[in-house]
Design a protein around this ligand. Sequence first.
Ligand SMILES: O=P(O)(O)OP(=O)(O)OP(=O)(O)OC[C@H]1O[C@@H](n2cnc3c(O)ncnc32)[C@H](O)[C@@H]1O
Ligand SMILES: [Ca+2]
Length: 469
Amino acid sequence: MKEASPGYRPVTVFVAGIAVIALVALVTVAVVQNKPLPKSTRYRYGIVLDAGSSHTALYVYKWPAEKDNNTGRVTQTESCPGISSYASNPQGAGDSLRECMLKAAKWVPSSRHGETPLYLGATAGMRLLNVLSAVEGALHSYPFSFRGARILSGPEEGSFGWGQATTGALDLGGASTQISFVSAHFNGSQSPGNLMTFRLYGNDYDLYTHSFLCYGKDQALRQTLARQTQSGQSSVSDPCFHPGYIRVREYSDLYNTPCLADLAPRTPPTNFTLLGTGNFQGCQELIKSIFNFTQCRYSRCSFNGVYQPQLQGSFEAFSAYNYVLDFLNLTDTSVSLEDVKARLREYCATPWSLLQKQHPTTKRKYLAEYCFGGTYILTLLTEGFNFTADTYKDITVVRQIKGSDAGWTLGYMLNLTNMIPAEAQDTPPLPYAGYVSVMVVTAVVLALILLFLAYRLQRTHCSKPHKIV
Ligand SMILES: O=P(O)(O)OP(=O)(O)OP(=O)(O)OC[C@H]1O[C@@H](n2cnc3c(O)ncnc32)[C@H](O)[C@@H]1O
Ligand SMILES: [Ca+2]
């Protein structure tokens, strides 16, 4: 049998001792350290109020406290009263948000209230200025960290709605519409007002963005009605409404918007009667008349003399693109431009009485306007933004982007809280489960070494030749 070398035993004992200490230290660290935070402090929250021209919505975002990056996920949304309708009663606008804000206070744990940022962003800048200051006063009275109410600029509205580097964004609101995309043919030199530069995850992006005020769905509809009532007509046959649709409208109500300033007839009657004729082609012609395609001082334009580089990449379309195309069953990616036209031709011609029977629960105002909405979307995309039958395939209609409701609110909050990472992220820290697994494996290996050493020690001890006296 092999003799143990003379220095072997002390070395073995030393290694075994170190292994025992390491094992104890490992187990202690694994048990005591790196525990997930207690539930109440595990997440951070942020609240954004989106005060649009047709609605106000509240978004509560939530993200892991350890990771202040762009992982914010919308957790709750609430439709609040539209503050833009409070132009003549600004005080009422602040009060109207009370119920919404109390809900937010319930959703965010009270221990987090004080540090939760609260922002209000208003879009389209219409009739809102006096309302905003009253709302600011009211929002200060809640326990959150209120960071101000302000009107977003057009480029902000467009670019914060843009979420993925390779995908453009199309937003159709009530008052305005935005188009944003990264284009290799655009560096801002032609039209600096359309350029937003971003540094994201270590990459620089030159984003083309434009917001067309008065070309949201509601204001575009008003523009078409203005085209038909400029001589103070008392009745209008409108191809964008269904056959059999009749509605009496007030002139003062229609022209009460900055978008139609100076267009109102001098001495109109009080009302006009809107009679639907349900003609898709006529509707499209009428809609085309609100765009100006004649002047362009750049190499290429969308409409109204606005520069637009060549379209590039895929697009995500949300807001009214989603509401309208979803109702018309046109959101499937297999739907072609020809399918859209065929569907609108048939849908716009459907008698109003039949349509109401087919959709008894749909809000009447919405139901009456899907023919206009669909035709407007088609015209805006093809005639306005220059999508073709081929590039139309690049548009996906979405409600959500990366798990959050599509829109500008998340980008706005992340930007204002400096949470948009400019540089590439480091490798993420080990999650708790992974950390424990590594600890366990290391401890088992150490224990095996220890056992092996003990065994060797024993063997060495037993095999030592006994002195024969
Ligand atoms: O951005 P701005 O222009 O200020 O407008 P907004 O933010 O208030 O506009 P929305 O995206 O909320 O809505 C866009 C349009 O879609 C309409 N809309 C909202 N919900 C709808 C639904 O379920 N069906 C049909 N239309 C809808 C709404 O009336 C507007 O005309
Ligand atoms: Ca909007």
